[in-house]
Design a protein around this ligand. Sequence first.
Ligand SMILES: [Zn+2]
Length: 237
Amino acid sequence: MSKNNGKYKLIIKRKNKKNLSMIVEAGTVTVAVPNDYTDDLVQYYVDSKEKWIQKQLHKEKSQPKFIERSFINGEKFKFLGKEVNLSINLFGKNPVDFENNIISVRVKDNLEIKDSLKNWFKSQANEIFTNKTIEFCKILEIECPKVIIKQYKTKWAQCKRKKLNDNFTYEVTYDWRIIQAPIEVIDYIVIHELCHIKVFGHSKDFWSLVNHYFKEANNYKNWLDENAFSLYWESPN
Ligand SMILES: [Zn+2]
């Protein structure tokens, strides 16, 4: 009988893997464990994480999932943390124009609005993340990695190491939606990923390196945790 019985749903998944992992989603705690873990062992682990689980469950409850977008004339969006208005324009010069905090999207039919807008945000993300990456690589005194922009399901960015002959090359991928967040959040994400080129994983050494280059890193890490929902255009589930 589990101690958490009734408080939340616990799902145990046995897998051919070496490590244990746990996620809290939609009021359910899912633990993936190596095949040879007994129920008691899993329960012991889950109990030891009770405080963290409660925190995650509370966070989930108190946080809106995402704001439904309509992609209509006059709708408000965020770009680099500032409010911008969407203007639907049938006769614009370019597919998307940005001036005086107004994003004008030229469209032939309404279905195109979302795609045009998304493409514009992605191209802005590509430019800003590339420039920021170059800027911070100079400060960190590292070679610039390749920059990729995409949309992730469960993370905001990733730093990948690739072996090329006898050397390593790096590739940093950012989620374009972060471009809606304040510029300091972008700085935090870029510094975080670039620090992974120096230190793998999230050890104490890693965080002290991040803090060395960006003293307020923690504030913007929290901002991202608390405001993630505001960056979604579609339901995250
Ligand atoms: Zn990381």
